[in-house]
Design a protein around this ligand. Sequence first.
Ligand code: ADP
Ligand code: MG
Length: 703
Amino acid sequence: MSNAFLNTPIEYLKNVGPQRADVLKKELHIFTYNNLLQYYPFRYVDKTKFYKVKEINADLPYVQLRGKITATEMVGDKRAKRFVATFADETGRLELVWFQGAKWVAEKIKPHLTNEYVVFGKPNVFNGRFNIAHPEIELVSEENTVFASALQAVYYSTDKLKGKSLDTKGIAKIIKGLVSLIKNNIPESLSKEVMERFQLLPKEEAVKQIHVPKSPELLKKAEFRLKFEELFFIQLKLLKQKGLREKTYRGFQFPKVGDYFNTFYNNHLPFELTNAQKRVIKEVRLDMGSGKQMNRLLQGDVGSGKTLVALMNMLIALDNGFQTCLMAPTEILANQHFETISSLLKPLDIHVGLLTGSTKTKARRELHAKLQSGEMHILIGTHALLEDEVQFKNIGLVVIDEQHRFGVAQRAKMWNKNSQAPHVLIMSATPIPRTLAMTLYGDLDVSVIDEMPPGRKPIQTVHRFDSNRLRVFEFMREQIAIGRQVYVVYPLIKESEKMDYKDLMDGYESIVRAFPQPQYQVSIVHGQMKADAKEYEMQRFVKGETQIMVATTVIEVGVNVPNASVMVIESAERFGLSQLHQLRGRVGRGAEQSYCILMTSHKLSSDGKLRMDTMCRTNDGFEIADVDLKLRGPGDMAGTQQSGVLDLHIADLAKDAQILHAARNMAIELLSEDANLEKPENANIAYHFAMMGKERTNWSRIS
Ligand code: ADP
Ligand code: MG
């Protein structure tokens, strides 16, 4: 950035110097004044409010009290020595405790009849009484105005920072110092029109208020301004990318709906489409008929019927003389799609091929030839589709199932298979919150299937402790007796693979003991098995030859056995919410009442408890995704790693949906009027946008 002030290296700041600068760089990637100003507080404490002792409860994060010290005492021997002061106001008393620096505190704090102290800290319950460990404490005096300042910013710190006296207070101090230097140094990044429309604080004012708020109202305005700006520029970037792509790639135009589609639709559709399916098929059709290259995300909860929607659109590609392919994340899924689609299309004269890692060389060669000659219409497979030998005669539509398992780079590789780019439809069964979708996939168009096929009974979900396993087995027997099938799923997490594998095998053995042959047959599928062995076991279960499928999460995505009505998830506390929801989606696919049983040990963290409760409360994937986002933040959610979401400094996708919508709409409007940001009134925006790109590349080179 050409702004000298903002670009000033951090070591030049008062109270920083080379050593502290070094740890700021290493720990927080703070190199310049600008970086430091963007190190926003994560919360504020209201130091204008005073509690009374009797108002205290352990749920309060912090309290500020005013009163007297009535007694002090050094307790314990050398190692476990602690200093305890009795603090009292007119409503009661509590203990203040210091474990560290006890001697030093003892010097400073003395019982006194008239002197008043202000105490600030987090109340705890100990032996049925309240205390505060390591409170901030200060004698009330005329000149002592620290406690008069209203909202105080609290910053994250780390052990290494604390080692250089940069705890939250230390950081607050240097930032306050920096804020006091600001005088017309921070250029406005938004246009007058945008500022007026959303009544935004000027940038400089917002930056000051966010660190040193004069009032709660101003703080709110500052937060709004900075969040808006952050989200606005991300959206601007995504939308510009989209615009650029639309300019660069001409799309194939699929003007007609022809025989394949009509014959299938009129004569072979296995069931009435839901309204949501119809709507989405139309959205895709219009997009592919428009002449621009489609990049569309198809979101729909597990079981909402995405496959059929994809298939109908694939038929439109065929009707217009093009080939199409469908790429799945696992071999099991690719096989399953192949089976489903081949059987649906049997009455039509359409060639469907399957290509996976297991396809033998000879079959592979034949397939390659048929693709190049155009004899093969539809190719279904795994990553194998991306190999160089795979050349289509004229591919018009690429459908990608569960894209988050593939890198964006691979997607791009697909586009380049032809000089003209095929349309791309990405299907995702991972319901992600709208806000995250808009940020992750903001350069894509989005279609949502928000309606389940009729006749589905909501899955009943319960949480059971391991000690109830025999009862759970009993329930499984009842369900099997009325002809249903059961999944039992174990976690397999990379880091503890060996132990997980042992758990799986132990579990399998105990199930085989509890469900003995010949009355019961049990399948097992896990990642260490060969593909054909896996497939064999899967098929036994699909055909109903086995009643129980013991598996690791390989069955997570897409597998479809409508007769399976019970999903038992072992060590459910070890799964994330979206994974639990995915797993649960394996049942409830037929007309029967289905069940999901979440097994956990008695030891459950509060997050774990919330996850179980959420699963038991709702089947709505989007609601679950929202809770997931709140629990984990975007960093751990599928697909976020490659995106800019993690660069967010202040906006929170779990909370700021409205601001995001406003920012996106504003960006759309702006680009529709000034696509290249050339108008003079948008100069601020254009400048900031250009700088943003530069800054990112600079810092990524350093780190
Ligand atoms: P997903 O969206 O999870 O990929 P699928 O496409 O596998 O869902 O569909 C789930 C099940 O619902 C399949 O058995 C499918 O045949 C069935 N299905 C799809 N659409 C309908 C519909 N409109 N009416 C009834 N069943 C449907
Ligand atoms: Mg599917």
